[in-house]
Each structure stands twice: as C-alpha cells, then as structure tokens.
Design a protein around this ligand. Structure first.
Ligand code: HEM
Length: 132
C-alpha cells in the first residue's frame, strides 16, 4: 500500500465528531471533516455513519463518479482487517468459516467411518470363525 497507514476500529470510533470525522468505505478510511458541510446530501447522513462501515449507505444512494472522485483526496489509510467490525465482506467471511467448519465436521465423520467398518469386520470374523 502506498499510503501505508492502518486505521483501527478504535481510531475510527474516536473520530466521529464534527471537529474530526472519519468515514469507512470499502475497507478504506477517509477524513471527511472538511467535507461534511459541503456534502450535497447534507451533514446528518454522513454524521450518522460515524464509527461504522458506511459502505452500504454510500452505495444505496448511488453516488456519481464525481462523488467518488472526491474520495482519494480525503483518503488517510486502510481499515484494520481483523478489528471485529461486521463489514459486508465480513459477513461473507463468517459464512465461509461456517462452511469450513461444516466441511471439517464432515471429514471427521469420514475418518470414523473406516474404523467403524474395520470394527464391524473383526466382529463379523470373530463371530463367524470363533477366533480373531
Ligand atoms: C465521503 C463520502 C461521501 C462523498 C464524497 C459524498 C459525495 C456526494 C456528492 C458529490 C453528492 C451529489 C450527488 C452525486 O454526485 O452523487 C452526494 C449526494 C448524496 N449523498 Fe453523499 N457523499 C458521501 C457520503 C455519503 C453518505 C455516507 C451518505 C449516507 C447516506 C450520503 C448520502 C447522500 C445523499 C442522500 C445524497 C443525495 C442528495 C440529493 O440528491 O439531494 N453520502 N454525495
């Protein structure tokens, strides 16, 4: 990353007053302090997104390319990835780990199955021949 700076969830949450305001969009953090008063959609909608992932709200509006072009100048860093915030992509990751867990459980069962057959085989041999 060229900017390098990583913003933590705590930092994001520490900047949600009109004196200093950060916004999280698509995993990147922007300092929009000076922009809030100029926002064509009003200050309140932005202020409502403090300390959390504003991506969905931003995309729901269908912001223009001109609006997106304002972002790079306000970029201050990347959002810390494992900060525990429920990002949209985070929900997908949680889903993926649930699937992985299910697969793991499945493979545990696959491991038990041959042993069960082996046990059954010896039991059968024991009963049919009278010796192991
Ligand atoms: C730093 C982030 C943001 C930038 C740079 C930005 C920029 C802009 C710009 C330039 C417009 C004019 C229309 C357009 O060009 O699309 C606009 C409109 C609007 N924005 Fe944002 N915006 C940001 C964040 C947000 C957020 C988080 C919300 C939350 C809901 C929001 C809600 C709106 C609304 C509702 C309008 C429509 C205003 C209208 O048509 O009357 N914006 N924004």
């Amino acid at each position: 990353m060229s900017d390098g700076k990583v913003i933590t969830l705590n930092e994001l949450r520490a900047h949600k007053s009109k004196d200093s305001f950060y916004i999280l969009l698509h995993g990147k953090v922007y300092d929009v302090t000076k922009f809030i008063d100029e926002h064509p959609g009003g200050d309140e909608v932005i202020l409502a997104e403090g300390g959390q992932d504003a991506t969905e709200a931003f995309e729901d509006v269908g912001h223009s390319d001109e609006a997106r072009a304002l972002l790079p100048a306000m970029l201050i860093g990347e959002f810390e990835k494992d900060s525990g915030i429920q990002l949209k992509s985070g929900a997908a990751a949680a889903q993926a780990s649930r699937v992985a867990g299910a697969v793991e459980q499945g493979s545990n069962a696959m491991y038990i199955l041959p042993l069960a057959f082996l046990g059954a085989y010896f039991a059968w041999r024991y009963y049919s021949t009278g010796s192991v």
